[in-house]
Design a protein around this ligand. Structure first.
Ligand SMILES: [Zn+2]
Length: 400
């Protein structure tokens, strides 16, 4: 596939892991056959036309036609991208490309050196955390994302954004009303939010694709907010793996601080088992905030998104336990307990001494926590009824 022997070795290692993971989980890889691409393409074109038709009232016909052409062109380009392995999922892989570009474009602005581009790909791990592994016999690393990670984070962002009480202020910025009791009431009442959250988490843990969301989740300002949150979560996931690569190069967390304007101080990472993981998180926080700033988005929302990512990782972990690990395949790269990682996030905010930003983040994350707590409880109840409850009855009937 490629003339570079080191890159070939990386791709072979990805393929070996993909074979193992697909066999272990029983999940079927989406084969990249011309026929499949054509069918997906026809379906996607239909969806695109639908979306443009719904926007016809405020989109001029010329702008609509321009958008349509732009999207079709990007799909055509995506169809041409060479894949690292025959088992690679084209659309998941193509979704990772802009993330790699984003991170690599953010490094210089933070005063960090550029890194040789790692080989990357996808695996059906069922894990929200991505993986960075050395490739035996080379000095290179590979970065692996769960195949459905990017779409999963987008779907979750749509629900979370819908649950947060956001409105568009007079100056067109998004504003939030952070009242936890008010939010608890509104989420518990919004059956569509609870249904959709359950549907997304359930599909993720059993390895299925959920149906498309209804228009409830695509209204403004929730739509914009969902885009910001999911972008930041994607960047954080990729940034964490680049964090490992930076640590490999001996670049300590905090190396970027002087450039980004925070006070000069010593950044302390707790020593011990999780030191590398927490170090990678610190780099990822900086990269996420740096990417947000680069795109002209408030970096505080990026921090809220990271908190959301970590909470969702925990929720998915619990959901897997309830359905007894279906569709799951573990690589030997465990991540620290979420509470520890979230504690570090707080410490990072304090270190940056951004009092005002800290207050906004804390208010929003408190709201987010309340909303996710309700959605989690509802989802676990349903999974318990479907997977555990049924088994319990069998236990009683057959004495298994
Ligand atoms: Zn890690």
């Amino acid at each position: 596939m490629t003339a570079d022997p080191v890159l070939s070795a990386c791709h072979q290692e990805i393929e070996r892991l993909q074979c193992e993971a697909y066999a272990a989980t029983g999940r079927a890889p989406r084969r990249d056959s011309a026929d499949q691409s054509f069918r997906d393409h026809a379906l996607a074109e239909g969806l695109l036309d639908d979306m443009l038709a719904r926007r016809a009232t405020w989109l001029s016909p010329a702008r609509g036609a321009g958008l349509r052409a732009e999207v079709l062109e990007s799909w055509a380009r995506a169809a041409q991208v060479p894949l690292p392995t025959p088992l690679e999922d084209r659309w998941a892989y193509v979704g990772m490309l802009p993330l790699v570009d984003d991170i690599e474009g953010t490094l210089p602005g933070l005063g960090l050196p550029s890194l040789p581009r790692p080989a990357f790909g996808t695996l059906p791990t069922g894990d929200i955390n991505a993986v960075c592994r050395p490739v035996p016999g080379t000095h290179r690393h590979i970065i692996l994302f769960e195949t459905d990670l990017v779409p999963f984070l987008y779907r979750i962002s749509q629900v979370v954004a819908r649950a947060l009480p956001a409105s568009i202020a007079a100056d067109k910025s998004i504003s939030f009303s952070c009242s936890v009791p008010g939010l608890r009431k509104s989420v518990a009442r919004d059956q569509r939010v609870l249904d959709r959250f359950h549907e997304i988490v359930r599909c993720f843990v059993v390895g299925e694709t959920p149906p498309l969301p209804d228009s409830h989740f695509k209204e403004e300002p929730h739509r914009t907010l969902a885009g910001i949150l999911s972008n930041a979560m994607d960047v954080f996931a990729m940034g964490h793996e680049y964090g490992h690569l930076l640590l490999e190069q001996g670049i300590a967390p905090g190396a970027s601080i002087a450039v980004s304007g925070a006070p000069q101080a010593v950044l302390e990472i707790p020593q011990g088992t999780w030191q590398d993981e927490l170090g990678a998180d610190w780099h990822a926080f900086e990269l996420t905030a740096g990417s947000q700033r680069k795109h002209g988005v408030s970096w505080t929302l990026g921090i809220v998104a990271i908190d959301c990512f970590l909470r969702c990782a925990e929720i998915v972990e619990g959901a897997f336990a309830l359905v007894k690990g279906r569709g799951r395949w573990h690589l030997d790269s465990p991540h620290p307990p979420v509470a520890l990682r979230r504690g570090q996030l707080k410490a990072w905010l304090q270190f940056r001494a951004q009092k005002q930003a800290g207050d906004t983040v804390n208010g929003l994350t408190e709201c987010l926590a309340a909303a996710l707590e309700i959605m989690k409880a509802d989802t676990y109840r349903r999974l318990d009824r479907e997977f555990v409850g049924r088994l319990g009855l069998r236990d009683v009937l057959f004495g298994l």
